[in-house]
Design a protein around this ligand. Structure first.
Ligand code: ADP
Length: 396
């Protein structure tokens, strides 16, 4: 059985076709500049490639280009889209409505659309993609929504409420929703499997560190707290995002520079974090290279990021009254051995000890703690697409 996984943005579309008989990716690709011009780059797991510039005024034309790539190009992997059993969509915001993945019914589609108020950059694009799939593949092809937020719906109100006038929660649903839930769920499931234990018997802290970063506390098998908040801007500093800030700093800067809410959104989402502090790049590799050459702001940016991660892990160990396993995942979590070393060396008060040799291993699931460490430390490559495909299969 084959599942088509879609991650749609307003002008881009990432996809994978996964054969669920062996959970192997058959092909993956990216459509870009949807609504402007249009381009597709597609590659198969056996190394064939198809690239083309083709007009994509809407997501429908993008899906048509994907179907061509998958069924007719030199990099084809199936004879016809009829071989595809269902489509699984990554959806950024499920609000308080969606506590798990679901089949996309007309009501679900309407709810996802209305939740666009909470995720204006993402949910409207998801709705466009779902409608385009109905147009391109027909109403009979099952579509499933898998939400970044639903794993975090188990948080207690003391964790998700903000200490602001209650009316803003009542009127506008302003609260913590979290993000990266599919990744936190996937890697925490893997930890339980690797430990040979029921997830309910483990206290786990999962660190998803990529362009966006979030840390989640998982107890009794469910999320009890997470660092991202109302939007994926909260938590700790990321490539270009601030993480938590004193609100007075925001109003102060806004008054000084006469900035609008849109200006502030841009500055704190796109011009801050590691990029803002270092002035070099949002990519930890570039910043580490600059720091190695003596750039003090680059060194400071990396130091701040690691310090904030250490504090979040500590606060979640406190929130759960202990921790059995800590996981690193995402582009930084999986690849940045220095960050893992610095962070873990500050967790010895928990009885966590990192094995430097194991920490050097890359690209695979590996336990990086020493045999006598009281906390098991892991690198677990995340696979959100596979998690979406599994949910889709389960629901159909
Ligand atoms: P996204 O959040 O967009 O899915 P990724 O999880 O792929 O992003 O993470 C991308 C980030 O991973 C890059 O910006 C870079 O900072 C970091 N990264 C990738 N490889 C390395 C590496 N070898 N060392 C340090 N950082 C790395």
């Amino acid at each position: 059985m084959k599942i088509f996984v879609v991650n749609a943005g307003s002008s881009s579309l990432k996809y994978q076709l996964i054969d669920m008989d062996n959970e192997q990716v058959l092909c993956k690709g990216l459509c870009e500049r949807i609504g402007v011009s249009g381009a597709i780059s597609h590659k198969t797991s056996d190394g064939r490639k198809y690239e083309a510039e083709t007009a994509m005024p809407t997501h429908s034309e993008a899906f048509e280009a994907v179907v061509y790539a998958m069924t007719q190009s030199d990099a084809k992997v199936i004879e016809s889209f009829d071989e595809v059993s269902a489509i699984g969509h990554r959806i950024v915001q499920g609000g308080s409505i969606f506590k798990g993945s679901c089949i996309i019914t007309p009501q679900a589609l309407q709810d996802i659309d209305e939740l666009g108020a909470l995720a204006p950059l993402h949910n409207p694009a998801h709705v466009l993609a779902i409608k385009a799939c109905i147009k391109t593949f027909g109403e009979e092809k099952p579509q499933v929504a898998v939400f970044d937020t639903s794993f975090h719906q188990t948080m207690p109100s003391k964790a998700y409420m903000f200490p602001i006038p209650y009316k803003y929660y009542e009127q506008y649903k302003v609260r913590k929703y979290g993000a990266h839930g599919t990744s936190h769920r996937f890697v925490s499931d893997r930890v339980a499997a690797l430990e040979g234990k029921d997830k309910k018997d483990l206290k786990i802290i999962t660190c998803h560190l990529g362009n966006g970063c979030s840390i989640t506390a998982i107890k009794d098998g469910v999320c009890v707290d997470t660092s991202m908040g109302f939007t994926p801007l909260d938590g700790f500093m990321m490539g270009t995002r601030t993480g938590t800030l004193d609100p007075s700093a925001i109003t102060f800067i806004a008054e000084k520079e006469n900035l609008s809410p849109a200006d502030l959104n841009r500055i704190f989402n796109k011009e801050s974090g590691v990029l803002g502090v270092s002035g070099i790049s949002n990519d930890n590799r570039d910043v580490a290279a600059a720091a190695a050459e003596g750039n003090e702001r680059a060194a400071l940016a990396l130091e701040m990021q690691r310090y904030q991660i250490i504090k979040f892990i500590g606060s979640y160990a406190a929130a759960m009254n202990g921790v059995d396993a800590i996981v690193f995942t995402g582009g930084i979590g999986e690849n940045d051995a220095t960050l893992r070393k610095v962070v873990c060396d500050s967790l010895t008060y928990l009885g966590a000890y990192i094995d430097d040799n194991k920490n050097a291993i890359r690209g695979e699931e590996v336990k990086i703690s020493t045999d006598d460490s009281k906390v098991n430390l892991y690198i677990i490559p995340t696979n959100e697409e596979l998690a979406i495909a599994r949910d889709t299969l389960a629901l159909i």
